[in-house]
Write a protein that binds this ligand. Sequence first.
Ligand code: TYD
Length: 206
Amino acid sequence: MTSAFWVLEGMDGCGKTTQAENLVAALEADGRQPLHLREPGSTGLGEGLRAMLLDKKRADWDPRSEALMFFAARNQLLRELVAPALAAGHDVVCERFTPSTLAYQGQTPELRQWVLELDRLVVAKQRPDCVFILDLAAEDSFARVGGDVGHDSFEARGVSFQQKVREGYLSYAQAFPQASKVIAVAQRSIEDIAQEILAVTQDRRS
Ligand code: TYD
């Protein structure tokens, strides 16, 4: 079986980490050796940029500057970790990817084009096989991360910002229907959602 690149996406509090861990465990149970990554992070450069970007006390930056920082982290991740792992026959499971940049930094038509152009330049041939978008109402996301005391600079931006984030994710799924799957998560058990994700990964790998 060939290796595959899976991405877990969605708003803060949607359960990405739990589902990524489930998928990694299922792949391991299949005898595979998946690599579990997160964005921004997983490389020295990515973790350094992460600390700067998520600092709640930092100044407001232009979204283009933020997007460039996220794509710098993404470029490093792809070249240092993702490409070598796939080439060696390992699956990759990554929390967050370009859809996050579209959702958080691409909230106007002009910014959206900017993000898509960076994606074209940086991601090019290393596209995920499938992006799972764990979909949640903005109010639920906001409540799950503790209202206006969210723990990073993006979570602290309020419910109307989160509404745009959700729209950004759904627009990504519309733009790339072959390589994405929207999964409604409200009022569903972790196991139920995990089964839906696993069914897609098994379909695509067989
Ligand atoms: P993180 O703690 O990894 O997310 P979660 O709360 O889901 O565990 O925080 C990453 C933050 O960075 C999150 O608030 C979204 C934001 N972000 C962007 O704004 N753009 C991006 O391209 C990425 C990858 C993340």
